[in-house]
Design a binder for this molecule. Structure first.
Ligand SMILES: Nc1ncnc2c1ncn2[C@@H]1O[C@H](COP(=O)(O)OP(=O)(O)O)[C@@H](O)[C@H]1O
Ligand SMILES: [Mg+2]
Length: 233
């Protein structure tokens, strides 16, 4: 507990990158299991670089038939479970949502991307309706995460989308995961942010700060919903 899934029917919005960033930062605090449910196994490939933190376990042998049970089982053993999903509306995504305590919907800061994000809300709502037949006030907490935005300026698009999400009661993270060389480099070097070479990758420190603010916000949001103490560092 808790299980956090990254969901968006659109590929390339930053699900895998954001999931790994969160897993890395959580691994500095407590044990974390990452379920790499994308058939391309990007997180497993990253781990093959050999720099997986001691606290992090990666499971990649899941299918739509096994994902539900796998998540349920590891959730009883690990303080945090992070699920990275493929960018489709496949049934595996619905099964993962059904086992989740919190869903993160990454989106890039354009209007078109925001519209794609609403397809993810549809999956969350469908899951809620199923449970609400038995428990009428059930809600699955979720929040939109803006990714690959400029660290320097908030674009007019992003500002507008934030406003319309606010008006529509759609929760989103205050922290954006900015477009940063270090967030790409962790995949090309197959290393944690901490170990990236500062002389070759620019602004590693800023990337770590960005990753850390995001992680703190995730933990804070989960605490609001679960009311249970979670380790913060
Ligand atoms: N915050 C970021 N900063 C820089 N590049 C990013 C960031 N998020 C994602 N990317 C890049 O965008 C591409 C798609 O990201 P990825 O995490 O694989 O998306 P998804 O899992 O949604 O398909 C990759 O090339 C990745 O390196
Ligand atoms: Mg991915």
């Amino acid at each position: 507990m808790p299980v956090i899934s990254f969901v968006s029917p659109k590929g390339g919005v930053g699900k895998t990158t954001s999931a790994l960033i969160l897993a890395m930062q959580i691994a500095r605090r407590v044990t974390v299991t990452v379920i790499d449910a994308d058939p391309n196994h990007p997180i497993k490939s990253w781990a093959e670089g050999g720099d997986t933190p001691e606290n992090m376990t990666i499971i990649s042998d899941v299918t739509d038939k096994t994902i539900g049970e796998t998540i349920a089982e590891v959730a009883t053993k690990t303080p945090f479970v992070i699920v990275d999903l493929e960018g489709t509306a496949a049934t595996i995504v619905a099964y993962a949502i059904a086992e989740s305590d919190f869903v993160i919907v990454p989106t890039q800061g354009s209007q078109l991307d925001a519209e794609q994000a609403s397809r993810a809300f549809g999956l969350i709502k469908a899951h809620e309706r199923g449970i609400q037949k038995h428990k009428h006030d059930y809600k699955l907490p979720y929040a939109v995460l803006f990714t690959r935005t400029s660290a320097a300026i908030q674009s007019r698009d992003t500002r507008h989308i934030r406003k319309s999400f606010e008006a529509g009661g759609i929760p989103f993270f205050e922290t954006e995961l900015n477009e940063r060389a270090a967030f790409k480099a962790m995949f090309s070097y197959r290393q944690t942010l901490e170990k990236l070479p500062h002389d070759e990758v620019s602004n590693v420190k800023k990337a770590i700060d960005n990753a850390e603010s995001f992680t703190r916000e995730v933990i804070a949001r989960i605490n609001i919903y679960t009311h249970s103490p979670t380790t913060t560092g």
